[in-house]
Design a protein around this ligand. Structure first.
Ligand SMILES: Nc1ncnc2c1ncn2[C@@H]1O[C@H](COP(=O)(O)OP(=O)(O)O)[C@@H](O)[C@H]1O
Ligand SMILES: *[C@@H]1O[C@H](CO)[C@@H](O)[C@H](O)[C@H]1NC(C)=O
Length: 321
């Protein structure tokens, strides 16, 4: 074992009777044990397992599923990536953006989203005061730098990116690039941005597809330049912190990934999954009842769930008794 070898080597090179040296051996050993357990939080990455996880637990998101699987698998199995992985998830609320980050976390870290190497930032919670932007910028810079120096395979998730001030987004820029920052390389880190921005154009496109009688699964990243449309839309949205941000300008985001609005059948799958999760016996009639209770749009056709699978569990609990 690594720790043992380091310890023996240290004892060999130094005179154990000197108390100073003993202290040194002790602290070095402690730090070796620490690093050992830190690394221990990483799973051996298995692309097959991620694929199965996405197939079994992510509903109605064939594009996201495909792009996430390919990009994460190639990044995780690359022994020398040249830059960090930077993904931007877009789509309306409840379509599975946070859900996918959890699936990724449990495929990378033994303790999944609970891992202390998974950092989730929410603008409203972490950076609430507009006037404190300088403090937040300094903090964020220090956090990212500190965490990646001590643990290169760190994961940073920024929720509600559209609420984030552009100055704060710009702080991220050097970390997302190929270069070193103060001698630290960020090429093993993963950055994921979540936002509702471009949710409307994604929904409109999915609706167009549906109205044209086309199959949802035939909508792809490159069909109708979906990815380009998302990045342009995000860039031009005046309500969005991405606007003045040089992240998009400098092409630091590897993929803009659309999350499609969910149809009734997908929400029904979510409800059935929640039944399993809550140890409620599978009951298809109950699932239909839960779904029937939820709002869909457009008003006449009722195709897509307004809130996706959000509150599927709460609705289920209400009707289950
Ligand atoms: N496409 C999906 N497949 C499976 N479950 C989903 C999906 N979308 C949402 N959910 C469920 O609904 C909950 C809320 O979704 P979430 O990922 O937080 O939405 P978002 O981050 O897009 O607003 C999740 O915890 C998950 O249980
Ligand atoms: C790592 O980030 C967290 C916030 O996500 C912060 O509290 C902590 O101090 C950071 N660690 C280092 C070593 O900078």
């Amino acid at each position: 074992m690594k720790v043992q070898r380091i310890l023996t080597a240290l004892l060999l090179v130094c005179n154990i009777t000197s108390s100073l040296c003993f202290l040194e051996v002790f602290t070095d050993a402690a730090s070796a044990v620490f690093t050992f357990f830190e690394q221990d939080d990483l799973l051996v990455f298995d692309p097959k397992r991620l694929e199965e996880d996405l197939n079994d637990f992510l509903f109605g998101q064939h594009i996201a599923s495909n792009v996430v699987l390919k990009s994460v698998s190639s990044f995780m199995t690359d022994s020398k990536p040249n830059k960090p992985l930077v993904l931007s998830f877009h789509g309306s609320t409840g379509t599975g953006k946070n859900h996918v980050t959890k699936i990724l976390a449990r495929n990378i870290y033994k303790t999944g989203e609970e891992s202390k190497h998974v950092h989730i930032y929410n603008s409203e919670y972490h950076f609430p005061q507009r006037t404190e932007i300088d403090l937040y910028s300094a903090q964020l810079k220090q956090w990212i730098h500190g965490n990646v120096s001590s643990f290169p395979r760190s994961m940073f998730i920024f929720d509600e990116m559209e609420e984030m001030q552009s100055e704060l987004i710009d702080v991220l820029k050097p970390f997302l690039d190929y270069s070193l920052v103060d001698g630290v390389s960020f090429r093993n880190a993963i950055f994921i941005f979540l936002s509702n921005a471009a949710g409307k154009i994604i929904s409109d496109m999915a609706l167009d597809f549906w109205r044209g009688g086309k199959n949802r699964e035939d909508l792809w990243m490159n069909s109708k330049q979906l990815e380009t449309k998302i990045s342009t839309n995000v860039y031009n949205d005046p309500n969005c912190g991405f606007l003045h941000s040089s992240i998009i300008d400098h092409h630091l985001i590897d993929h803009f990934i659309p999350f499609l609005p969910l149809e009734l059948k997908h929400v029904r799958q979510c409800v059935l999954a929640e039944m399993k999760h809550l140890n409620i016996k599978t009951n298809y009639d109950l699932a239909d009842e839960v779904v029937k209770d939820m709002p869909f749009f457009p008003d006449e056709e009722r195709i897509f769930a307004v809130k996706g699978c959000k509150s599927a569990r709460q609705k289920l609990v209400l009707l289950a008794d």
